[in-house]
Design a protein around this ligand. Structure first.
Ligand code: FAD
Ligand code: NAI
Length: 465
């Protein structure tokens, strides 16, 4: 078997790269060792987590939200089996969708674990141990990432779980400890809080959602506390021991101090992810890595000719859409076109209630860079549609260059923030100003009017506050 391109890994980076390359006329094979296509994102990441987040939000809404709208329902009962089926069906529809797209684009899936034997040769070991050698003109490493481990703490996916185990618990735990107040910790902590667990989050730093604008993170912490999450910030978990059917975690202040223990049924370790390259044969090939990441140039080329890499396995945010856009850019570059990713405009969404969405720079980043900027803010409490839906939590913040008015960042906390952020992203792609956004007519009544008002507030001319 011989190909123009072999992609190792079928996550959002790999499968999208394969499809774009096939569209551009290349003969493409994808090597994937999981039983289904779609990688972390579709099987054990973005998609199943969003299915549970939505379903648990509906459960919470039925219990606490509908009454105020005059919709009186009996207290809802949890059918966790049905909720998990919804999650599994959603995953199946998505991974089958990728299989369909492979057929449509005449892409071969070579099932098994791939190892690079030469820049033109990949050896694939199937589940039954049989090895096949496939030949190619170029190789793309799109092997993604894996859960980062807490030293000395074994993840058994039963009482000590990673996100993978936390997406399939057989019953809501009475008490759940989440290690890490990052994206996974807050999303999956929210799911199990809504379904009845007491959730305690232990975070090493003195803030939640590191990397997100500080004002946004503070509001989210307060909001999640109101929802019942308990935070121990500035603390680290030093030990997790089995205690009966559950666990006992020892935590101590990050700066040093007295240790204490917390009991729980389940501990979720969510302290980040690390690039995954095990078994690929990179060392033997001389492919350079740096702290686990495959090192690439601006065109995704490694130091070894004809071997490229994209997605979670290289530098940059570990996000599905970043991996996808790199997949498209690389396929286009390989076809002689001008593929490109604008790393300054990659939206980031946290699917809590309310959602948190951001694009571009945070205030902290602008301050650190010494950029003079103007801020426009607008709260959803002053938005008619938000009031009509009782979704008044949160605000929109637009950050613009003080001299040129060019928009440098957008931050939204609110219902549907993950959808609304894209108008700021498009504006930024076109180098637009806050005034451009402020003068764009927005339909009334919509939550998006708050985005327009925040842009107007940059020039201190918001109408509704
Ligand atoms: P992956 O999706 O990790 O795919 C890599 C694939 O390579 C895997 O299928 C693996 O089996 C395969 N592979 C590895 N080595 C080999 C080998 N030697 N041979 C054959 N196959 C191999 N991102 C978002 O943008 N939005 C979200 O809402 C979101 N939610 C998430 C929720 C959770 C719980 C998790 C864990 C992650 C989430 N992410 C989210 C992150 C997102 O999943 C990743 O950024 C994305 O999957 C990266 O894509 P990738 O193609 O680089 O790698
Ligand atoms: P993260 O990097 O978002 O957060 C990890 C947190 O754990 C950090 O706040 C860190 O300070 C803390 N931490 C590290 N070591 C610790 C320790 N020993 N004790 C206590 N706290 C500790 O990582 P997370 O949440 O695991 O997610 C991994 C990746 O998956 C993220 O980079 C994210 O990009 C991606 N993801 C994206 C989602 C989205 O876009 N909605 C959803 C879920 C994951």
């Amino acid at each position: 078997m011989s190909y123009d391109l072999i992609v190792i890994g079928s996550g959002p980076g790999g499968y999208v790269c394969a499809i774009r390359a096939a569209q551009l006329g290349m003969k493409v094979a994808v090597v994937e060792k999981m039983k289904t296509l779609g990688g972390t994102c579709l099987n054990i990441g973005c998609i199943p987590s969003k299915a549970l987040l939505y379903a648990s939000e509906m459960f919470d809404e039925a219990a606490h939200g509908l009454g105020a709208l005059g919709v009186v329902v009996a207290p809802p009962k949890l059918d966790l089996g049905a909720m998990m089926k919804h999650k599994d069906d959603t995953v199946a529809a998505n991974v089958n969708g990728v299989a369909y797209l492979f057929k449509k684009n005449k892409i071969d899936w070579v099932s098994g674990e791939g190892r690079i034997a030469a820049p033109e040769k990949v050896i694939v070991k199937a589940a039954d141990g049989k090895e096949t050698t496939i030949e190619t003109k170029a190789i793309v490493i799109a092997t993604g990432s894996d859960v980062a481990r807490l030293p000395g703490v074994e993840i058994d996916e039963k009482t000590v779980v990673s996100s993978t185990g936390a997406l399939s618990l057989p019953a809501p735990p009475k008490k759940l400890i989440v290690v890490g107040a990052g994206v996974i910790g807050l999303e999956l902590g929210s799911v199990w809080r809504r379904l009845g667990a007491e959730v305690t989050v232990v975070e090493f730093l003195d803030r939640v959602l590191t990397g997100i604008d500080g004002e946004v993170a503070k509001l989210m912490q307060r909001t999640l506390e109101k929802q019942g999450l308990v935070f121990h910030l500035g603390h680290k978990v030093t030990k997790v021991e089995k205690a009966g059917a559950g666990v006992k975690a020892t935590i101590e202040p990050a700066a040093g101090g007295e240790a204490k223990t917390i009991d729980a049924d389940i501990v979720l370790v969510a302290i980040g992810r690390r690039p995954f390259t095990e078994g690929l044969g990179l060392e033997a090939m001389g492919v350079k890595t740096d702290r686990g990441q495959v090192v690439v140039d601006a065109h995704y080329a490694t130091n070894v000719p004809r071997i490229y890499a994209i997605g979670d396995v290289i530098r940059g945010p570990m996000l599905a859409h970043k991996a996808e856009d790199e997949g498209v850019a690389l396929a286009e570059l390989l076809a002689g076109q001008a593929g490109h990713v604008n790393y300054g405009v990659i939206p980031n969404v946290v699917y809590t209630t309310p959602e948190v969405a951001s694009v571009g720079k945070s205030e902290e980043e602008l301050k650190a860079e010494g950029v003079a900027y103007a801020v426009g803010k607008f709260p959803f409490t002053a938005n008619g549609r938000a009031r009509a839906m009782r979704h008044t939590d949160g605000f929109v913040k637009v950050l613009a260059d003080a001299a040129s008015d060019r928009v440098l960042g957008g931050h939204i906390v609110g219902f549907g923030a993950g959808e609304m952020i894209h108008e700021i992203a498009v504006l930024m792609e076109f180098g637009g100003s806050a005034e451009d956004l402020a003068r764009t007519c927005h339909a009334h009544p919509t939550m998006s009017e708050a985005v327009k008002e925040a842009a107007m507030a940059v020039a201190k001319r918001a109408i509704h506050i």
